[in-house]
Design a protein around this ligand. Structure first.
Ligand SMILES: Nc1ncnc2c1ncn2[C@@H]1O[C@H](COP(=O)(O)OP(=O)(O)OP(=O)(O)O)[C@@H](O)[C@H]1O
Ligand SMILES: [Mg+2]
Length: 264
């Protein structure tokens, strides 16, 4: 694991999580420094989504620790003496780690602006007027100035996902968690969404993105994390991960992506 010089925004140690008898996360260690972009790649079922869901406590974890800016996410005190936090505490910690989902998860009965405003009013205590201003600012940033009052059903997938990103980033979380946010999109809509992510990365926002877009991971990530069978098998700069392909299972995984198939 690469150590980061400053106290990391996210520090995960020995994270374990089972569903019934199936242990999905078997001891994950991961530090993410401020402004770092981590791309998580790995086979289906290796626990990528579960890892992200644990970070903002959509999923309760069994063992180990997740700290955001030094604060344990789901529990008071680590280890065996831990107690689940109150819903109020959880709500305030969740604001620190905003998630963008593969299936957008917008509220269908709310307009683009209202979808963005909701979190600002509920989690950040903004007035309706302030929330509207911030929502407009972000929707303009993601190229949706014409669509402020459109309902999700009136938007393309790429536009809906840009609303999803605006909603997440508008609350100014400490880290953005992006889970295969282009996987549900038609190929011609992928670029407009990745462009927004690229801009957010360039302005120094901390993010963990699960992606199958290997070329994008290579371009945007500071580190690529390869998850395999519930563990982090590799955590290294993109160049190292993609050029050296040092591990047999990584090679097998990458061989499914034409651009990374080894010539020999
Ligand atoms: N709520 C749940 N109940 C039971 N099993 C679950 C649940 N959520 C996930 N799992 C199982 O945990 C494992 C890891 O799932 P996860 O969704 O984290 O994988 P992933 O790496 O995100 O896969 P993909 O690339 O397909 O999205 C899988 O075997 C999955 O079936
Ligand atoms: Mg997943």
């Amino acid at each position: 694991m690469i150590e980061t010089p400053d106290e990391p925004v996210i520090r995960i140690k020995g994270l374990t999580k089972s569903f019934g008898a199936h242990q999905v996360l078997k001891g994950i260690d991961l530090d993410v420094g401020k402004g770092q972009v981590i791309a998580v790649i790995g086979p289906s079922g290796s626990g990528k989504t579960t890892l992200l869901r644990c970070i903002n406590f959509l999923e309760e974890y069994d063992g180990g620790s997740i700290r955001i800016d030094g604060v344990e996410v789901g529990y008071r005190d680590g280890g065996s003496g831990r107690r689940r936090r109150s819903d109020k505490e959880l709500a305030s910690i969740r604001v620190d780690a905003a998630m963008v989902f593969q299936q957008f998860n917008l509220f269908p009965h709310l307009t683009a602006a209202q979808n963005v405003m909701l979190g600002l009013m509920k989690s950040r205590g903004k007035s309706k007027g302030e929330a509207r201003q911030i929502a407009e600012k972000w929707l303009v940033r993601v190229g949706l100035s014409e669509k402020l009052d459109a309902l999700p059903a009136q938007l393309s997938g790429g536009q809906q996902q840009r609303v999803g990103i605006a909603r997440a980033v508008a609350i100014e979380p400490k880290v953005l968690l992006l889970d295969e946010i282009t996987s549900a999109l038609d190929p011609e809509l992928v670029g407009e969404v990745l462009e927004v992510v690229q801009e957010l990365a360039a302005e120094g926002r901390t993010m963990i993105l699960v992606t199958h877009e290997m070329a994008f991971a290579r371009e945007v990530a500071d580190r690529v994390v390869f998850t395999d069978q519930g563990l982090i098998a590799i955590d290294a700069p993109p160049k190292v991960v993609f050029d050296e392909q040092s591990n047999e299972r990584l090679r097998a995984f990458l061989s499914r992506f034409a651009a990374f198939r080894h010539a020999h």
